[in-house]
Design a protein around this ligand. Structure first.
Ligand code: AMP
Length: 402
């Protein structure tokens, strides 16, 4: 069975074709700059352990044209991997916000599309793009079932004390203002992979998952289920991110508007695009900040990394208390979590009182494999687990269509 996984943005489509007989990725790509004068498609196929890349530059008027081109590349005799688009057995869509309606993945029908539309106020940038992706894929792959896999679904197991804000009741009841959380597919994937790696049943597995990439969030996993997570109604809450502030005094926007006369849009833009690591250092890519820290001992870079790690440590403490049971593991994943021994060390170095201790000889080497980087004395394992959201979407798509 072959599953096409699609992640549609407002001007982009990311795709992967996965052969579920051995869970291997056979093609992948990115359609960019949809709607601009010149668009671009980067398409890769993976054949006999080799990666072959094709780049096409052309005007891509809309998502329909973009996905038509993807179908043509996938079936192209020279650069494709299938003979006919009917070989795509199912399409799995990454859907960002499922609100309270979806606590698991679903086969898409008109009711599901309407429910995703109903969640547009909660994710005004993402859900409209997801709907376009679904509508276009349904036309092009009309023979194949379409499945929606929600970023929010895994966190629907949170108890009310974790997901409610201390705001007037009617904001929750009438407007859905509550914590939803994001990156659910990744938190689910890495917690299941870690439990398997440690030989534990998922129902008995307690862990704290730390997904730190461009966006960043943590989750408290008790008995294999999410019981709390750091992103909230929107992805702005929680950890310090590349360009997002994460937690701060909720009165700061009021201060900025009343004292600095910033507009609502300027405040929104600043908190989402100009804050976080970029706000502190001027750079949002952690590699650049780590370079400045290591090579130049730059004090601003040092402070930014310490702030970044400190926020994660605070959440580890909070989530240990939320789980309130012996913890099996803390799990680092995503771009920073998988690749930065500096951040992993900064986060863990003062946590030996909790039984969290790294072995630097295991932390330092680079690897794409799942691995245990804790010292033999550690009571709680520290793991690095490469995330694979596309594979998780493909697995859930397969499960939903049986
Ligand atoms: P993601 O959103 O998971 O793709 O993560 C992307 C982010 O990971 C980039 O913006 C970088 O800040 C970070 N990253 C990638 N490689 C490294 C690395 N070797 N060291 C530190 N950070 C990295």
């Amino acid at each position: 069975m072959k599953v096409l996984v699609i992640n549609t943005g407002s001007s982009s489509i990311k795709y992967q074709l996965i052969d579920m007989s051995n869970e291997s990725n056979i093609a992948a790509g990115l359609v960019e700059k949809i709607g601009e004068a010149q668009g671009r498609i980067k398409h890769k196929r993976f054949i006999n352990g080799q990666e072959e890349e094709t780049v096409k530059v052309l005007p891509i008027e809309n998502h329909q044209v973009g996905l038509d081109n993807v179908a043509a590349l996938l079936t192209d005799p020279k650069v494709g991997v299938i003979k006919d688009k009917k070989e795509v057995d199912a399409v799995g869509h990454r859907a960002v916000h499922g609100g309270e309606k979806f606590n698991h993945s679903v086969k898409i029908d008109n009711n599901v599309i309407q429910a995703i539309k109903d969640c547009v106020p909660l994710a005004p940038l993402h859900n409209p793009a997801n709907i376009v992706g679904i509508e276009v894929a349904t036309k092009i792959f009309d023979h194949a079932p379409q499945v929606a896999v929600f970023d929010t679904a895994f966190h629907q197991t949170m108890p009310e004390e974790a997901y409610r804000y201390a705001l007037p009741e009617k904001l929750y009841k009438e407007n859905g203002v509550r914590r939803y959380g994001f990156h659910g597919t990744s938190h689910l994937y890495v917690s299941h992979a870690a439990a398997k790696f440690l030989g534990k049943k998922i129902e008995d597995f307690n862990a704290i998952t730390i997904h730190i990439g461009n966006g960043a969030s943590m989750a408290a996993i008790k008995h294999g289920k999410s019981i709390d997570t750091s992103m909230g109604l929107t992805p702005l809450e929680g950890l310090i991110m590349g360009t997002r502030s994460g937690d701060m005094d909720p009165a700061i926007p009021y201060f900025l508007q009343s004292n600095l006369k910033m507009t609502f849009e300027e405040v929104n833009q600043m908190l989402n695009k100009e804050s976080g690591m970029k706000g502190i250092t001027g750079k949002n890519d952690l590699r650049d900040i780590e370079d400045a820290y290591e090579k130049e001992h730059c004090p601003i870079a040092t402070r930014a990394l310490e702030m970044y790690a400190y926020r994660i440590r605070k959440y580890i403490g909070a989530y240990y208390a939320a789980i309130a049971a012996p913890l099996d593991a803390i799990i680092f994943t995503a771009g920073v979590g998988e690749n930065s021994p500096i951040i992993r060390n900064m986060v863990c170095k003062e946590l030996s009182c909790f039984g969290i201790e790294l072995d630097e000889s295991k932390n330092a080497p680079r690897s794409k494999e799942i691995r245990d980087i804790s010292s033999p004395n550690a009571k709680i394992k520290t793991l690095v687990v490469p995330t694979n959201e596309e594979l998780e979407i493909a697995r859930q798509t397969k499960e939903v269509i049986g």
